[in-house]
Design a protein around this ligand. Structure first.
Ligand SMILES: Cc1ncc(COP(=O)(O)O)c(C=O)c1O
Length: 377
């Protein structure tokens, strides 16, 4: 079992940070890479053309390892919304077809589809939240041949309740529906293999469970879309962009694989080395080990919440890295203030308090949380 890794982060002793689903704290090695790369631009004469490629290619390869695929299938994006715009531009969609999303799904994976259905005079189908949080069953019941696109997360962002993407992927293939995944709230802390799920597109923002900086995310693009069109036409995505002297020889051809979908200026000199460190750390720990270590804490939290008469999605229907505690009478008014006063950080989402620990948390953090919960009930 992975022991507590708090020493690798910049977390003061008196802070109980249980909010990785909001923003991860920063690993020392990620901060150090950022400081080095900020300083690098002070001496631009030392920046070589190869510096526009080297870290980006390394990051592509590391992310590919996290999701079990090849670097060729990965594009660099600034946000989930950008990735969804790439997907919306490239999936085959025609009028009268329908798109499926979940109730209260994160907006970056809803707005693009609201726009697409407007354009095609089509329909957005929302799966209502099932009482028992068995989303997989509820999705399968709604899936039929009229659904051309299924846009989902791996777990619900409000409370970690799971969607079985292998099962859904199989059904999508049987119905020839495209599958687009926003894995931001799970990737890095909950295993996912794209060869098993076979999504058309899958994206993760880098600043939560991937432990990286803000504004840099990763997009898996299935090979069948590799001849598709990017959102914008930047120079570095074109063939031979490594040859700076030859850039005025405009080219029709793109770089290989999913690289054509990279955002312009993707070789961000500050962010890319930070992402490289974050991804390396995740791979050194191993996602299954991260999930198991966090799972010990969430299991304890679930048990203690249930003992207090609060509701938590049953263990077999939720991912192990985060959970929502539902209050039958709504979240007590004083809870947020009391938590902040005691330097305990979680998020309130609707009628649930979302607890998102990571490998830097301890049982002591859980004890502190429950002291406050018990006091306000
Ligand atoms: C599930 C999920 N997806 C995406 C995002 C971020 O979206 P974007 O990168 O478009 O800002 C968040 C942020 O909280 C999220 O929870």
């Amino acid at each position: 079992m992975l022991p507590c890794q708090r020493h690798l982060f910049n977390l003061p002793k008196d802070i109980a940070y249980l909010n990785c689903a909001y923003l991860s704290p920063q690993l020392h090695r990620v901060s150090e890479a950022g400081h080095r790369s900020v300083a690098m631009k002070e001496s631009p004469w030392l920046v070589k053309p190869s510096d526009f490629f080297e870290n980006t290619e390394a990051v592509r390869g590391l992310f590919a390892q996290v999701v079990g695929t090849q670097a060729d299938n990965i594009a660099i994006v600034p946000a989930v919304s950008y990735a969804m715009a790439v997907a919306a531009k490239n999936v085959l969609f025609s009028s009268g077809q329908r798109i499926l999303v979940l109730s209260e799904q994160f907006p970056s994976n809803v707005y693009p589809w609201m726009e697409l259905v407007k354009e095609y005079d089509a329909e957005l189908v929302t799966v209502d939240a099932p009482e028992d949080r068995n989303w997989t069953q509820a999705i399968l019941e709604k899936l039929d041949e009229t659904i051309a696109l299924v846009a989902l997360p791996n777990c619900h962002w409000t409370d970690g309740s799971l969607i079985d993407l292998v099962k859904i992927g199989k059904q999508c293939r049987a119905l020839q529906s495209a599958l687009v995944i926003d894995a931001t709230q799970s990737l890095g802390a909950w295993p996912l293999n794209v060869e098993e799920v076979q999504p058309d597109f899958l994206v993760a923002a880098g600043y939560k469970w991937m432990l990286g900086p803000y504004s840099l995310g990763y997009l898996y693009v299935a090979p069948k879309y590799h001849q598709g069109l990017p959102l914008e036409h930047n120079w570095i995505s074109r063939k031979n962009s490594e040859d700076f002297a030859g850039l005025v020889n405009y080219r029709e051809e793109f770089q290989d694989g999913a690289r054509r979908f990279d955002v312009g200026e993707r070789s961000n000199f500050t962010l890319m080395p930070m992402s490289r460190e974050a991804l390396s750390q995740i791979l050194e720990w191993g996602v299954p080990n991260i999930a198991a270590a966090i799972g010990k804490l969430t299991e304890l939290i679930a048990q203690r919440a249930t003992d207090l008469g609060l509701y938590v999605t049953p263990n077999h229907l939720r991912a192990t890295h985060m959970l929502g505690i539902h209050f039958p009478q709504g979240v007590p008014d004083t809870l947020t203030d009391q938590l902040v006063k005691n330097q305990i950080y979680v998020s309130v989402r609707g009628s649930s308090v979302r607890i998102a620990p990571h490998v830097y948390n301890t049982v002591d953090d859980v004890d502190r949380l429950f002291e406050v919960l018990q006091a306000v009930l």
